[in-house]
Design a protein around this ligand. Structure first.
Ligand code: KG4
Ligand code: ZN
Length: 346
C-alpha cells in the first residue's frame, strides 16, 4: 500500500494529485489566466503564479482524495523539462515536504509522464506499445517496453505540433493558446479546401516550421498562393477580410495537415516495429479531429488504440502521480540534491 502525493508545475498549470496503489484519487489543476493578454506564457509571471497557487492546490488535492498530508508515503514532482522558474517552485516545494515528512522524493520526467497517462484508467495498453506524444513543447513517437523502460524513436526537428497549432492561430489573430480555438472553428469547416504542403522528413521525425511559413504567405496574399509572390500581396484589410470570410475552412485545412503529418509517421512506426498497441498523449491529444482520425486509422489497421481521459491529456499532476507510483515500486528515489532542469534527454 502506498499513497503518492504528486506535483506538476512545468509550465502554466499548477497541479497536485493523490494516487493510492496506482488509483488516482484526485487530480486538481489550476490554470493561469495571467498570460492571456501577452499572447504566450510569460515565464516570470508563471513562476509567481505557481508560488501563489501551490499551497491551496495541494490542499484541494488532499481534501478531494480524503487524505492528510501525513498519509503520503512519497512525494513525486516534475523535475524536467519545462520553464526553469516554474519547475523550481514545484521542485523546492516537493523537497521541503519530503524533508519535513521524512518521506522519499521521486523525480519525474514530464514527457515520460505524458506517455504513462495511458496507464491511469482501463482499458490499459499492454507492453510493448507505441505512443505519439504531442504537446506544446514536444512531438515524439515513443517505444515503451515497460513503465520504466521507454525510448524516443522519432521527434520533431523544429516546432512541436502544439506550437504549430498555436502559431497558426496567432497568424489568424486568435488568442493564446490557439490550439483549442483552431479545433473549435475546424468543426464547421472543409478540411480539403486549402492544400498545405506535407514536409518530406526522413525516418520517424517531424517538422512543422515549413507549414507555419506557408500559412504566413498564404495569409499575406489572402489565399491566392502558398508561396510568396509580390503580385499577390494583399493589404491588411484584404487579409483580415479573407480570414473572417474563411476562418472555418482555413482552420479545418491547417488542422487536417497537422493531423496527416502526425498520423503518417505513426503508421510508419507501426509498420517498422510491428507493434499494434498504439497510444496518444499530450495536450494536442485533446484535439477532437486528431482523436477521431487516430481511432479511424486504428480500426483500418487493426490496432488497439488508447487515448487518456481529457483531464490527463493536458498538463496535470495525475500523470506525475502514476509515474511516481511505478518509480516507487521500482525503488527509483531521488536524492534531495536533485536539480530541476529546463531541458532533459531521456
Ligand atoms: O501537454 P500540454 O498541456 O503542455 C505542454 O507540455 O506543452 O500541451 C499544450 C498544447 C498547447 O500548444 C495547446 O494549444 C495544445 O496543447 N492543445 C490543443 C488542444 N488543446 C490543447 N491543440 C489542438 N486542439 C486542442 N483541442
Ligand atoms: Zn505537457
Amino acid at each position: 500500500m502506498a499513497v503518492i502525493l504528486a506535483i506538476e508545475s512545468s509550465c502554466d498549470e499548477t497541479s497536485a494529485a493523490v494516487c493510492e496503489d496506482g488509483i488516482i484519487l484526485s487530480n486538481f489543476i489550476a490554470n493561469q489566466t495571467v498570460h492571456e493578454k501577452y499572447g504566450g506564457v510569460v515565464p516570470e509571471l508563471a513562476s509567481r503564479a505557481h508560488m501563489q497557487k501551490i499551497v491551496p492546490v495541494v490542499h484541494v488535492a488532499l481534501k478531494e482524495a480524503g487524505k492528510k498530508i501525513t498519509d503520503a508515503d512519497a512525494i513525486a514532482f516534475t523535475q524536467a523539462p519545462g520553464l526553469i522558474g516554474s519547475l523550481l517552485v514545484g521542485g523546492q516545494f516537493a523537497k521541503s515536504l519530503s524533508l519535513a515528512l521524512n518521506k522519499p522524493l521521486i523525480a519525474v520526467h514530464h514527457m515520460q509522464a505524458h506517455v504513462l497517462a495511458n496507464l491511469i484508467d482501463e482499458p490499459r495498453p499492454s507492453f510493448p506499445f507505441l505512443c505519439l506524444t504531442v504537446s506544446g513543447g514536444h512531438t515524439q513517437i515513443v517505444l515503451c517496453e515497460s513503465p520504466v523502460n521507454m525510448k524516443v524513436i522519432g521527434e520533431t526537428i523544429d516546432d512541436a505540433a502544439g506550437e504549430a497549432f498555436d502559431k497558426s492561430a496567432k497568424l489568424l489573430g486568435l488568442p493564446y493558446p490557439g490550439g483549442p480555438l483552431v479545433d473549435k472553428y475546424a468543426k464547421e469547416g472543409n478540411p480539403n479546401r486549402f492544400k498545405f504542403p506535407e514536409p518530406q522528413i526522413p525516418e520517424l521525425n517531424f517538422s512543422f516550421s515549413g507549414l507555419k511559413t506557408s500559412i504566413l504567405y498564404f495569409l499575406q496574399n489572402a489565399g491566392k498562393s502558398l508561396q510568396y509572390k509580390e503580385e499577390f500581396a494583399a493589404t491588411k484589410e484584404e487579409q483580415e477580410k479573407f480570414i473572417t470570410d474563411n476562418l472555418a475552412d482555413i482552420c479545418a485545412s491547417i488542422q487536417h495537415r497537422i493531423i496527416m503529418i502526425l498520423l503518417n509517421k505513426v503508421k510508419k512506426a507501426a509498420v517498422e516495429t510491428g507493434i499494434t498497441n498504439i497510444c496518444l498523449a499530450g495536450g494536442v491529444s485533446a484535439n477532437s479531429g486528431l482523436r477521431r482520425a487516430f481511432e479511424e486509422l486504428g480500426k483500418e489497421n487493426n490496432w488497439h488504440t488508447f487515448i487518456p481521459a481529457f483531464q490527463y491529456c493536458t498538463d496535470n499532476a495525475g500523470m506525475i502521480a502514476i509515474t511516481g507510483w511505478y518509480k516507487y515500486q521500482a525503488g527509483d528515489f531521488a536524492n534531495i540534491s536533485v536539480q530541476s532542469t529546463a531541458r532533459a534527454e531521456w
